[in-house]
Write a protein that binds this ligand. Structure first.
Ligand SMILES: NC(=O)c1ccc[n+]([C@@H]2O[C@H](COP(=O)([O-])OP(=O)(O)OC[C@H]3O[C@@H](n4cnc5c(N)ncnc54)[C@H](O)[C@@H]3O)[C@@H](O)[C@H]2O)c1
Length: 342
């Protein structure tokens, strides 16, 4: 069986999720190299996953002609340079989201992959989650008639780190948690967004308000799609109750509800009229199978010569919408997406 030989670039929190997928769950791939400039991270990664090659510099890894594809999971600011160098070295590329720091960088990455004839897939793993996929299949089946409106929410439990309070660089929750929702709604709507309005406010960290007056931990976004569908997105950080990612699709003949806030299908009801069930703890648990499916899809598209299910264009558009959302929050006005492309 032909196998794609993979190098992981960036062995941190998300990188190791990909490493575990490629090391055990992707039959048509073999993880042969790990790369990370921080030797301690590299050591820990190699302790867990045995590979023949390790690198502290991605440029050295790219010289290895055995490597067919790279999985780029470094901090976002490095994605652009690494992806372009990988494409120029003839390696297929999987790049985590956010794809880059600006739509212009995304264009350059897309062009480099096109010019060098390599695949580029971006890490929106919800598209490979069985529940989110079922939602899309049901929309396409026409069972709820014409889609009228879409709702998607992501609420994350983690306490914000200091760098997240500066929303001009971190984007705040609209970038940190909602970039996946933007991608999901574009996918479900089958259309680009025409305009959006977003509002945000800091409720949970009032002690940071003086130093970071623009910080918000909660936001709501209303979107109008080019095909007339209306969407809303709810975003929040530091919600404490768990990781909560769900979507709803309202049609002329019915409704589809995707996902649940609970970690399993067991719910306990007790005598004080209380229902008790465990919350999902983290995106790592909720989307564990989706990460494996995403890796399999990447390898399959290389082997079969097909277009990836999540393209560089999808990565660019999600970034553009996050930028538009932050602009709307800061300027307190609706934003036309055409303004962002100028
Ligand atoms: N799909 C998702 O839901 C999801 C979830 C988490 C993170 N991410 C994305 O994955 C990326 C990494 O996030 P993380 O949370 O794993 O960060 P992290 O800080 O835990 O890990 C980043 C790793 O990259 C390494 N690194 C830094 N510069 C490098 C370079 N030049 N070459 C190779 N390695 C380098 C670091 O040493 C570190 O080990 C980010 O773009 C993030 O937004 C996506």
């Amino acid at each position: 069986m032909e196998k794609i030989k993979v190098c992981l670039i960036g062995c941190g929190r998300a990188g190791m999720i990909h490493a575990r997928s490629y090391a055990g769950n992707v039959k048509r791939a073999e993880l042969i190299a790990l790369c990370d400039p921080f030797e301690e991270n590299l050591r820990l990664a190699r302790e867990e996953i045995e590979v023949p090659c390790i690198y502290t510099d991605y440029r050295e890894a790219l010289k290895n002609s055995e490597i067919d594809a790279v999985v780029v999971v470094t901090p976002t600011k490095f994605h652009h340079d690494i992806v372009i160098a990988a494409a120029q070295a003839g390696k297929h590329v999987f790049c985590e989201k956010p794809m880059a720091e600006s739509p212009r960088e995304c264009d350059e990455m897309i062009e480099a992959c096109r010019a060098n004839g390599v695949k580029l897939q971006v890490g929106f793993m919800r598209r490979f989650d069985k529940n989110f996929r079922r939602g899309k299949e049901l929309i396409d089946s026409g069972i709820i008639g014409q889609v009228t409106s879409l709702r998607s929410n992501t609420h994350g439990p983690s306490e914000p780190k200091e760098w997240m309070f500066d929303v001009r660089s971190s984007y705040g929750p609209i970038g940190e948690v909602n970039s996946h929702d933007f991608d999901t709604l574009r996918w479900y709507a089958g259309s680009e967004v025409k305009s959006l309005y977003a509002a945000g406010r800091n409720f949970r960290s009032p002690e940071m308000a003086e130093k970071y007056p623009e910080y918000y931990d909660t936001c709501q976004t209303i979107l109008e799609f080019e095909n007339g569908i209306i969407g809303t997105i709810s975003g929040a950080q530091y919600v404490k109750y768990g990781y909560d990612s769900r979507a709803e699709i309202l049609g002329t003949d019915g409704i589809i509800k995707v996902g649940t806030q609970h970690s399993d299908a067991v719910e306990l009801s007790v005598s004080e009229q209380k229902n008790i069930s465990d919350s999902v703890v983290s995106w790592k648990n909720l989307f564990a199978d989706a990460y494996v499916a995403e890796a399999n899809a990447f390898v399959d598209c290389i082997l079969c010569g097909e277009e990836p299910a999540v393209t560089g264009h999808d990565g660019k558009m999600a970034l553009l919408l996050v930028n538009a959302g932050l602009k709307s929050i800061l300027e307190k006005r609706p934003v036309q997406i055409s303004e962002m492309e100028e």
